[in-house]
Design a protein. Structure first.
Length: 304
């Protein structure tokens, strides 16, 4: 694939971590929810299903000719809309974005939609011939009920396996058939228990992830427990869950994830999970996620 030069409209820079508010009051778009997990109280900001629908309706009014949207299906009375850019002639790159798989991580949806909105507003997708397909809320029931799993008590990010009858996998396959294969797939997540922002990769393209991280403030990147690399960043239940290869860069062998499925099936050349920490200020992590998503797209020009 030939190299291309992107017109950079998004300034990706080190963030001022002392800033009280960035890019407007993002958290005003969310509801605050207190949740008890393992006998500890956590404050979670929820960007619910109706807010997502309102955002898409707003985009339709403001950008009527720049993207299309349709519903993939309905489960537990919730529709599953996707968005896809229009008028991208002979795309240089195709990008798939998934967000909101876990219901306690709905800021992933807000970040993804803000990123999509900024690029629509600047005509970036059309000018640079980047085709984007987005499933902004993959677990709306979980989001509205503030639980990790879906209405069937299933962790959807463990069911992207052969033989799975999960509707979400079938809908992803439909979007791959209609618009793919993709050059880059991103699955946006959050975490209550780990520090910092980080990329999870499958071990196949470390250089790509390292380049994408260069413009992110070192201060907000997740680190290994020991400060040495490679070494582990543990969780309460699994001290060796994530092998940290460098600050902000980890690898995980968890089976049945979206990223592993997209790469192993040939649906996407590269696939990564991006994770934010709920221990970072809400406005800062939303902006940091948007910037990292944009940097992942920019990085394709340097490695292909």
């Amino acid at each position: 694939m030939k190299r291309v030069c992107f017109a950079v409209f998004f300034v990706v820079c080190a963030l001022n971590l002392n800033a009280a508010n960035l890019s407007g009051s993002y958290v005003d778009m969310c509801s605050k929810y207190l949740k008890i997990i393992n006998n500890k109280e956590y404050e979670i900001y929820v960007f619910n299903f109706s807010k997502m629908v309102d955002s898409i309706e707003d985009f339709k009014k403001r950008f009527p000719d720049k993207f299309e949207t349709s519903n993939l299906g309905t489960e537990s009375d919730y529709k599953y809309p996707y968005l896809a850019t229009k008028h991208v002639e002979a795309p240089r790159y195709k990008v798939f974005i998934m967000a909101g798989q876990h219901g306690t991580e709905s800021l992933s949806t807000l970040s993804a939609l803000r990123w999509f909105e900024n690029n629509l507003s600047s005509d970036f997708f059309e000018k640079e011939r980047v085709q984007v397909v987005m499933l902004p809320m993959a677990n709306p029931w979980g989001v509205d009920n503030v639980v990790r799993k879906n209405h069937n008590d299933i962790d959807t990010n463990r069911q992207f396996i052969d033989g799975s009858t999960m509707s979400l996998k079938a809908w992803v396959d439909k979007l791959v058939s209609k618009y793919g294969p993709y050059d880059l797939s991103l699955d946006i997540h959050g975490t209550l228990f780990k520090e910092g922002l980080f990329i999870v990769q499958n071990g196949s393209d470390i250089e790509f992830a390292q380049q994408a991280l260069k413009s992110t403030s070192h201060e907000i990147l997740s680190k290994s427990d020991s400060g040495n690399y490679p070494d582990y960043r543990g969780t309460n239940t699994n001290p060796q869950k994530y092998l940290m290869l460098a600050p902000g860069l980890s690898t995980s062998e968890t089976l049945g994830t979206f990223k592993s499925y997209m790469e192993s099936s040939g649906a996407s050349t590269r696939a990564f999970t991006l994770e934010y920490s709920d221990k970072i200020d809400e406005n800062i992590k939303i902006v940091a996620l948007e910037n990292l998503m944009q940097q992942m797209v920019f990085t394709m020009r340097n490695v292909d």
